[in-house]
Write a protein that binds this ligand. Structure first.
Ligand code: SF4
Length: 459
């Protein structure tokens, strides 16, 4: 049986895709990239932005067309959109299976039934905001910990989820409604999984959580925090770089986490901590529990403990009620924060969220677009300045593989192709070298810079 898996969305979704793919390969499926060859197509979906859902729907339209001549093709939709839309998605002519993120341990059985009995199946979590019953949590934990997954697209790197769900209810965000409340995984299961990955040659582990810094697990007298996890994982032989994403601006454990970063050569000096807005009025409307000034103080604290920490941020422009003055507060924050890079999104209402129910989407598409471009320009200038500091310096990078944009670098590499790599501080570096370096560390010297890319030669 041949399986095609298509994935949309964030790193959390990519990890689910890797887990499901690995489970189905163990069950005898072989992977294909061609829909013509596939017996089963799984689409892992994202609900965070409207655009992501539209792409999935358009893909399903394409599959419906294919199924007219191949009615035996089984199509399953998993992920956040499956949980959000449930039986409405099952009504789509192309779809056989709809399975939410907390139900993925059942995926093999659902596919087997669909192949045999040609019936439609729905597996979504009822009352998702309640803590799951123990047997369900246990099934998810077993499914998750059974697979020591190396990210096949990036050699020697892997992602390990440390917690599921989110308790924050930012007013624009659908995640708490599709992934449920925060559940931290047992530390021993996480450590075991990291050991297994390291034994398979994985050198860089990224710990994942929607609010990874709120990881908390009570074991006997001790409550484990992310700082404890990083400390323990940093002592595992073979693990050379450790990262964690995404952090919510919060007081809890913050100094401890930064101190582990300062003290452990294996914890990368990188912090991804979205602010979303610089305006206190908008932060309040977003239900983010801090002010702009407090957030900037937190960055100062991070830099006091780890002076060279590189920081990335996220912003939403055009949130309901955002005036020019509010937007200017965001611009000021970006200028003060001096992010390595910032991901900037235009607000779009997500059905079922508090901001969609209670607030009018007042900012026009043109204004959102203008603010997006303006903010990107402010950030680009800062990124460019920070990148220039690397000129002439030697840095250690972990090579990911062939560069996807070789035209960016005209430096001749003695017949070697252009490779893409990353520094511990998450800067993208391209240089010419043999493909055999993929998954290896390499020392390079920076010869040229642009806001988002450093160009280098091998030392
Ligand atoms: S912290 Fe806020 S934005 Fe992040 S997943 Fe939770 S609710 Fe969504």
């Amino acid at each position: 049986m041949k399986l095609l898996v298509k994935s949309f969305g964030c790193q959390m979704n990519k990890l689910d895709t890797a887990l499901v793919t690995s489970a189905l390969e163990d069950a005898g499926f072989s992977l294909t990239e061609s829909v013509k060859e596939a017996d089963v197509v799984l689409i892992n979906t994202c609900s965070v932005r409207e655009h992501a859902e539209q792409r999935v729907l358009s893909h399903m339209g394409h599959l419906k067309h294919i199924k007219e001549s191949r009615p035996d093709l089984v199509v399953g939709v998993i992920g956040c959109m499956a949980q959000r839309l449930g039986d409405r998605l099952l009504e789509h002519e192309a779809v056989n299976i709809v399975c939410g993120p907390a139900e993925i341990p059942q995926i093999k059985e659902l596919i087997t039934e669909a192949l045999k009995e040609k019936k439609k199946s729905l597996a979504v979590t009822k009352k998702i905001r309640r803590k799951a019953p123990d047997e369900k949590s246990q099934a998810l934990e077993e499914f998750e910990s059974a697979y020591g997954i190396e990210d096949e697209s990036i050699p020697a790197q892997a992602f390990v989820r440390v917690m599921r769900g989110c308790n924050n209810f930012c007013s624009y965000c659908v995640v708490p409604y599709v992934r449920g409340p925060e559940v931290s995984r047992p530390p021993e299961a996480i450590i075991e999984q990291i050991k297994k990955l390291a034994d398979h040659g994985v050198k860089q582990i990224t710990l994942l959580g929607q609010t990874v810094n709120s990881y908390k697990y009570k074991k006997g007298e001790k409550t484990w925090s992310l700082a404890d996890l990083l400390d323990a994982a940093g002592n595992i032989d073979g693990v050379e770089w450790l990262r964690f994403v995404t952090s919510y601006p919060s007081e809890e454990f913050f100094d401890e986490i930064m101190q582990v970063m300062a003290g452990s050569p294996r914890v990368c000096e990188y912090l991804h901590m979205p602010a979303q807005s610089g305006s206190d009025k908008i932060l309040h409307a977003m239900n983010r529990n801090y002010t702009g000034a407090w957030y900037l103080e937190l960055l100062d604290r991070a830099r006091a403990i780890v002076p060279d920490v590189s920081i990335a941020g996220d912003f939403i422009v055009g949130f309901p009620g955002e005036t020019e003055e509010d937007f200017q507060a965001t611009v000021d924050m970006v200028e003060k924060a001096r992010y390595k890079n910032a991901f900037i999104f235009k607000y779009s209402p997500r059905p079922g969220t508090a901001s969609d129910k209670r607030l009018q989407d007042t900012v026009s598409a043109e204004v959102k677009q203008r603010r997006n471009v303006e903010l990107l320009a402010v950030q680009e200038k800062i990124s460019d300045e920070l990148s220039r500091d690397f000129l002439g310096k030697q840095v250690k990078v972990l090579v990911e593989g062939l560069s996807k944009k070789p035209h960016l670098n005209s430096i001749e590499g003695g017949g070697n192709p252009q490779l893409v790599a990353r520094t511990a501080t998450d800067y993208i570096v391209v240089f010419n070298g043999p493909v055999s370096l993929a998954g290896q560390f390499s020392d390079v010297k920076i010869t040229k810079t642009s806001p988002l890319t450093l160009f280098a030669e091998r030392v």
